[in-house]
Design a binder for this molecule. Structure first.
Ligand code: BV8
Ligand code: ZN
Length: 271
């Protein structure tokens, strides 16, 4: 085991209150493309083209085409050992707050899977449901009245007229995510910042830490005296104040960092 993993494991073992922030990297091994990597989602397009209210107002069909494609990709993806290890940590440790920038819903699915595993111990999956600071792509929201509904998988993007509309006010539906230039849900963000303020460990997994205000969560934890452990393939702006940085794929390194030796079927024994 390398020194960084040892150090990270020791910090996790001694932590009383843990806040976890994940980004697209935690879902990479599930097959969900990241945002800024070489195979990044944005590759052939810029975020401003697709993930903004202006883009949706200008060309809702193209924006829906992109989200319908992403929904189809994510629909075929499963939680990976990183999601499962984080869910198990949240279900077996008293004070863990999971915060994610991801909108793929894989942390939720991992929480439900691991809670089933721990059903005899009375595990409540909700304890491992993350604060989704950028919303959730598997839900639709009305761009007029805000009415929310389960995300449609059969969106017809042939023309604006065939795009899904609100049953109650008739306005266009949109994916229930936060776009660039849009405010985050202040209740969700507030809970994440509150957890960061009181954490003694902030674990940051698979994010390039460039999108704000989400990237201010580890900064706040650090300023409030928490140790910061980063798990990433590459160096990010967090390196300047990380207590230790584990360089490696989250699915491979996180179960060891969290002291959970996951058996192949995803269940684990506390290692
Ligand atoms: C707001 C939902 C104000 C949609 C997303 C200049 C300075 C500071 C801020 C700004 C600025 N200019 C503009 C802003 C604000 C802007 C912002 O931060 N822009 C950035 C680009 C500079 N922020 C906003 O607009 C936010 N809103 O500020 O509103 C306001 C206030 C009041 C009233 C009105 C307005 C809203 C931001 C939310 C945008 N929505 N997503 C969708 O998904 O379709 S952001 C999008 O990026 C995703 O949510 C994603 O999660 C997020 C961050 O990306 P990452 O998750 O980090 O993914 P990335 O690919 O970048 O990195 C992956 C990392 O994982 C890499 O480091 C890689 O090495 C690593 N990795 C890969 N594989 C693995 C791995 N690690 C481990 N294991 C692996 N296997
Ligand atoms: Zn409506």
């Amino acid at each position: 085991m390398n020194a960084a993993v040892e150090r990270a494991r020791d910090l996790v073992g001694r932590a009383e209150r843990i806040v976890v922030l994940t980004g697209a990297g935690v879902s990479a091994e599930s097959g969900v493309p990241t945002f800024r990597g070489t195979d990044g989602l944005w590759k052939s397009r810029r975020p401003e083209q697709l993930a903004t209210p202006e883009a949706f107002a200008r060309d809702p069909r193209t924006v829906w085409e992109w989200y319908a494609w992403r929904r189809s990709v994510i629909g075929a993806c499963l939680p990976n050992p990183a999601h499962l290890a984080l869910a198990r940590l949240a279900l077996t440790h008293d004070h863990v707050t999971l915060v994610t920038q991801n909108v793929d819903g894989l942390h939720h699915r991992a929480a439900d899977e691991v809670a089933d595993d721990l059903a005899d111990a009375g595990a409540d999956a909700a304890r491992a449901h993350p604060l989704e600071v950028h919303g959730a792509m598997h839900r639709d929201r009305c761009s007029g009245c805000g009415w929310r509904s389960p995300g449609r998988t059969d969106v017809d993007t042939t023309s604006v007229d065939t795009l899904p509309r609100c049953e109650s006010c008739g306005e266009l539906l949109r994916p229930d995510v936060v776009w660039f230039g849009e405010a985050l849900d202040m209740e969700v963000l507030g809970a994440a910042l509150e957890a960061a303020r009181h954490a003694d460990l902030c674990l940051v997994v698979g994010t390039s830490a460039v999108v704000y205000p989400a990237a201010s969560i580890p900064e706040l934890a650090h300023r409030s005296g928490a140790a910061v452990v980063e798990v990433n393939l590459e160096e990010t702006p967090l390196a300047r104040y990380a207590t230790t940085s584990v360089r490696g794929a989250a699915g491979l390194t996180l179960p060891t960092v969290l002291g959970l030796a996951l058996t192949p079927c995803g269940t684990s024994t506390h290692g």
